[in-house]
Ligand binder design. Structure first.
Ligand code: FUL
Length: 481
């Protein structure tokens, strides 16, 4: 959808015979479902389940279902908090490694219906799906392949069929699912039960039942793990890696590939940064005072979203079945803080010029500003500045209507046509000369660089090297201090 719209906006789909075509896409490029997912930027992860009540991070699978007893589960409160925090979706641990299913699955004996909660009629996935629908949030599911409770685990075909049944229930009973999250962890020891997972069959099932859903794992097929649980993508971060020959978990790609991507990667597999707002993934009373500070969240957001990745921020529900007040307040405070900075774009009123504009010499052909540098000033990701084929280095200048104090720049590439920029510098007009204020490597979906605050009336972006003729869809200037 997005790609078609970009091509149309760039004049490809609708062009008259003489109109100038946009640059050819440089492979690999994102699928429509990947592009839509990348636009979400920030979603909530909720770890909730048996561990919430035992105080553990990895349960054994032998826990008594009676222990699961949230006094006042309130998924609407979760949804309100996440919405107010600017999040676009929620991924719930429908089943963690201990195997306890938060919905009444027919494909496991270890399920919420075995507890006395809601008289054995409870269904956390149902309650969350309804709350998300009402709030306009997307719903995703974490369904751990590793299952310490399932009697068939280790008997590959039988367990694979059970897992398939669980997946089918989650993908058919709760409305649209935007992301399926496959964890790589498997803690079975050397004598543990060995299960060969049927990821190919499960992938085909997801495609059939929820064709718009992305699948996350170490190797995708749609979204890759970023290689750490700190919420930090590489400063160089390509949307591509080469997953062939790698698996999930212990056999996954090297950390560096996951974290930085690969310039010559074979597949578009954008990075997702999963990190918890607390030290643990599950709620523990003793961590109530350890909720990450605004400063920490700020660093995480800029090291993930600000480097072209997406942020999946875990906010665990507590034993009462609510998001704890401290976490909720921090999230909302953080959103207001970011919004105050990024809702005021200091490029307003600027005039843009560039060293090269696609088809400028051939303007008689009616390019009509289709690739003009000024296109980076609107927030429309479908309009962009583009250069002529064969150009590998180009610069653009933004003249501000007055001197303004800035301390960060935001850049975006139209990734529907592939990721191009390898390196760039940013200069500002200071005391009648140009002063370099920042430099970076990749841009991709979004890149934010921060620098010491300065007063300037013009900024120049120099694309020093690119895989194909450079294009930018957005440049923004902001002040945070
Ligand atoms: C890990 C799991 O083992 C943790 O418990 C948590 O769910 C995290 C998001 O993924 O691999």
């Amino acid at each position: 959808m997005f790609k078609a719209a970009l091509l149309a906006a760039c004049g490809c789909a609708v062009r008259a015979p003489t109109a100038l075509p946009p640059p050819a896409a440089i492979a690999p490029t994102p699928s429509a479902r990947q592009l839509a997912w990348q636009e979400l930027e920030l979603c909530a992860f909720v770890h909730f389940g048996m561990n919430t009540f035992t105080g553990r991070e990895w349960g054994e699978g032998t826990e008594d279902p009676a222990i699961f007893a949230p006094e006042s589960l309130d998924c609407r409160q979760w949804a309100r908090v996440f919405k107010e925090a600017g999040m676009k979706g929620v991924i719930l641990t429908a089943k963690h490694h201990d195997g306890f299913c938060l919905w009444p699955s027919q494909h496991s004996p270890h399920i919420v219906a075995q507890s006395a909660w809601r008289n054995g009629k409870g269904d956390v996935v149902r309650e969350l799906s309804e709350a998300c629908r009402e709030a306009g949030l997307k719903l995703g599911v974490y369904l751990s392949p590793w299952d310490r409770a399932h009697p068939d685990y280790g008997d590959s075909p039988r367990y694979n069929a059970a897992y398939r049944g669980q997946l089918e229930e989650l993908l058919t009973s709760y409305g649209p699912i935007f992301e399926v999250w496959w964890d790589g962890a498997c803690g079975e020891g050397p004598n543990g039960r060995k299960q060969v997972y049927d990821f190919d069959g499960w992938t085909a099932l997801v495609r059939k039942l929820q064709p718009d859903a992305v699948i996350f794992s170490d190797v995708g097929p749609d979204v890759r793990w970023v290689g750490n649980e700190d919420g930090s993508a590489g400063e160089t971060c390509w949307g591509m890696i080469s997953p062939a020959g790698y698996g999930r978990g212990a056999g996954g790609p090297p950390q560096e590939m996951l974290n930085r991507g690969l310039e010559d990667g074979t597949d578009w597999l954008p990075a997702e940064c999963d990190v918890s707002i607390r030290p643990g993934w599950f709620w523990h009373a003793e961590e109530d005072a350890k909720v990450k500070s605004l400063v920490e969240l700020d660093a995480i957001w800029h090291a993930s979203v600000g480097r072209g990745a997406s942020l999946l921020l875990n906010v665990p529900a507590n034993r009462s079945g609510r998001i704890s007040d401290g976490d909720a307040q921090r999230l909302v405070e953080f959103h207001r803080y970011l919004d105050a900075i990024y809702s005021v774009d200091l490029t307003r009123g600027a005039r843009a010029t560039a060293s090269n504009v696609r088809g400028e010499a051939a303007s008689l052909h009616g390019s009509g500003g289709r690739f003009a540098p000024g296109n980076v000033l609107d927030a429309d990701p479908l309009t962009c500045w583009a250069t002529d084929d064969g150009v590998a280095e180009a610069s653009m200048e933004l003249k501000l209507p007055a001197s303004r104090r800035i301390d960060r720049i935001l850049l975006q590439e139209p990734i529907a046509l592939g990721q191009r920029v390898r390196s760039f510098t940013v200069e500002a007009r200071v005391d009648g000369g140009w002063k370099e204020i920042a430099q970076g490597t990749t841009i991709g979906r979004k890149r934010i660089l921060r620098f010491a605050p300065l007063e300037t009336s013009a900024v120049r972006i120099h694309i020093r090297s690119a895989r194909a003729c450079p294009m930018l869809s957005r440049v923004g200037l902001f002040r945070g201090t």
